[in-house]
Write a protein that binds this ligand. Sequence first.
Ligand SMILES: [Zn+2]
Length: 412
Amino acid sequence: MTPEELAAWQARKDNGRAAAKSAEVQIAAAIRDKPELIDGFRAFCARMNPYSIRNCLRIFGQNPEATHVQPRFFWGGYGRAIIDDNAAVWIMAPKVERTKTKEVENPRTGQVEEVEDTYKFWPVEDVYPASATVPKNGPCPFCNGPEGERCPDWCAVMQPQAGSAPSREDVAEALNAVLKQIGGFDPNLLHGLGPDPIDEDDGCPGVTWHNVTITKGAAKDKKPRTRRYRFIHTIDLDRPGVRYAVAGLGVIWIGPHEFRRDTGGDDAVTVQYGDDVPSDWEKPRWAWGDSAYHQAGPHAPNINGITFASYSVVYPSEDRWRWFEPWREGKGRVPETTAEQMGQVVRQLLDHYRGLVELDAIEQAGFRKRSAYRAREAEHEASRLAKREQELAQQRAEAEQRAAAQRALAEQ
Ligand SMILES: [Zn+2]
């Protein structure tokens, strides 16, 4: 950084700190003036999960329209780019404690001793609302919106997150801390309010994100690195299967294997990489008629620059998946290290899949589909046998006729 850049960076942070401070005081004072605003603010806090009440005051004061906010680095992990730096919302990161060692002369002994000195600070941090971000490196896996364009409001990324609201008392305590130099917040102001409209157990509606992590193996003298991906799931009982949209990775479908034997002990599951390849997608001409060529569907997952294609069949109840060798886009298998990393993701998604309350419904739908398939197969086989029987009867009748004719000739 040049001195000018450093000065600009410092000025931006100072402005941010001032914006955070004034937003916080302004909203706290507004709620003191109109205590009935407190429940709406609590609902706002629920969707800002997991930010503190005071950070929620700062966010609300700077952007009351914000639904889902994340730091810049996190949006990168969501596979998204920030397109509007001016949309920055300033918050205070949790308190940081540092220690430094000083050498101090002990007045009693006259000797120099090492003393640990702790100091605390509250770093200011910028977060960005989803509305200031766009999908990068491909279309959005949640709404299929094009790369580089703002997602529609119904896209999961734009939606508030599910969470529980803080109690009125907790908010009152935070307001008191914010307003302590200008009279504080009197908790008696809450007594005039009616019954609490927010059910603590239900929380507030919103999107629930879950995590999967990949641990990349430790090379010599290196610690293993962990990368966290956030995902949401949608259940499709017609297919049947579960669509996992994993931010920064891609789409993975998990469902009962179409040709499971249903004879007990067979719990085969199909893991499909990406959404279905549309029937009108054409293979490159050189790959026509080449069954070893695999097309990657929309939102196909990508790890280490390798795009996965087609599907794997895995047996979740088995410890080892002997045949877990996913196909890559184009020709050939995914290299072993990358396949192992996908294996980590698939195992975590399978845990989620097998823990779903809808699992029974999914399994039953799969069974019905396989039964219908087998019934069609059986019908087909029955009609094939009936036809064959007819042919045989015909042949037998003809043979008998011939035999009779031969006998008649012999008797002449
Ligand atoms: Zn989207």
